[in-house]
Design a protein around this ligand. Structure first.
Ligand code: GDP
Ligand code: ZN
Length: 312
């Protein structure tokens, strides 16, 4: 029998089997995964094979299918051991607002760089369009154009009025979705507008206490009535930065990729070198100034905030 892990407590798992049942499962034996040391071998989103006990009371996880991506957190800053929060995410939606609160393009770009690094498709949802004046309206259209051109779907919605919510619903149907965003942007309201009655823990729980220790909260996935899942991982409000090698950062900007291979130097940082195709594209208006500025800011950040969530 095959299924998908929809809840993980570390000692037992809830698996939704292909026939639609939810079954409590345990792990049998040890699973070793290539390349990572983890505290938990099985995570929410994992596709597993299970054996069902003769009395049908329980299942035993026999194998885990290879993951196409996963997000982790480190148990401590310097720890080599990671905890897998969720696996096989089809779409990470970043919920943002132009005002109340004001979210900057820099924040959006950092999120997208992380998503790129870990091979997770991302989309951006601009919420609270109901409070936009004409200027905001123009600004949001500009931003949407920038991100659409870079290959990211964008949505302009109001969780309050319900405007354009059905478009988001279509985009997340039949997928495993992760909703992220700073607090106050309306994640809870949005999820509730998409699926009335569904309440995520994301909005109001901080997963870190003052000393940076994790409180125990278990990730789970909620089934969407129209098909698909929403991953509910309390604490994922923002994405912390991953340690990047500098030369990799430009590759995380899709609109740079077409140009960067034409730079005169193959180790071009696209900052000061002569014959830089990225800077030429910037000057020709083919790369948006705000995206290039985010690139500079990320590359110049030497102190990476490692205490936050990390993606892998
Ligand atoms: P979260 O912290 O991201 O989960 O945000 P909440 O869902 O708790 O919403 C934060 C505040 O924004 C609440 O006061 C909501 O009523 C309000 N809010 C959420 N969505 C909208 C919207 O589309 N328009 C307006 N005007 N307010 C909204
Ligand atoms: Zn260059």
């Amino acid at each position: 029998m095959e299924g998908i892990v929809i809840k993980s407590t570390g000692s037992w798992y809830l698996v939704k089997t292909t026939d639609g049942q939810s079954l409590q499962c345990k792990i049998k034996g040890k699973f070793r995964l290539k390349g990572i040391k983890t505290t938990n071998p099985v995570a929410v989103g994992d596709k597993v094979e299970i054996d069902i006990l003769a009395d049908k009371s329980m299942g035993v996880i026999r194998s885990i299918a290879p993951r196409h991506n996963h997000i982790i957190r480190k148990s401590t800053n310097l720890s080599k051991v990671s905890h897998i929060i969720a696996a096989n995410i089809d779409l990470a939606l970043l919920i943002v607002t132009l005002k109340q609160p004001r979210i900057t393009p820099g924040f959006i770009d950092r999120f997208l760089v992380n998503a790129e690094a870990y091979h997770i498709n991302a989309a951006i949802v601009f919420n609270k369009t109901d409070i936009h004046n004409q200027e905001d309206h123009k600004r949001v259209i500009e931003l949407c154009e920038i991100y659409e051109n870079a290959g990211y779907p964008t949505f302009k919605v109001s969780a309050l009025t319900g405007d354009q919510i059905s478009t988001v619903r279509e985009a997340i149907r039949d997928k495993v979705n992760l909703f992220s965003g700073p607090s106050g942007v309306g994640k809870s309201a949005l999820v509730n507008a998409i699926e009335p009655g569904l309440k995520l823990k994301t909005g109001n729980i901080s997963n870190y206490n003052d000393k940076g220790k994790h409180t125990t909260t278990f990730p789970e996935m909620h089934t969407l009535s129209f098909g698909g899942f929403v991953i509910d991982t309390p604490g994922i409000k923002e994405f912390g930065l991953v340690e990047f090698r500098k030369y990799e950062i430009a590759e995380r900007f899709p609109e740079f990729r077409t140009f960067m291979h034409e730079c005169r130097f193959n180790n071009c940082t696209h900052i000061h070198e002569p014959g830089c195709a990225v800077k030429e594209a910037l000057e020709a208006g083919k790369i948006p100034v705000s995206r290039y500025n985010s690139y500079l800011r990320i590359i110049n950040d030497e102190i990476l905030d490692k205490e936050k969530w990390e993606w892998e």
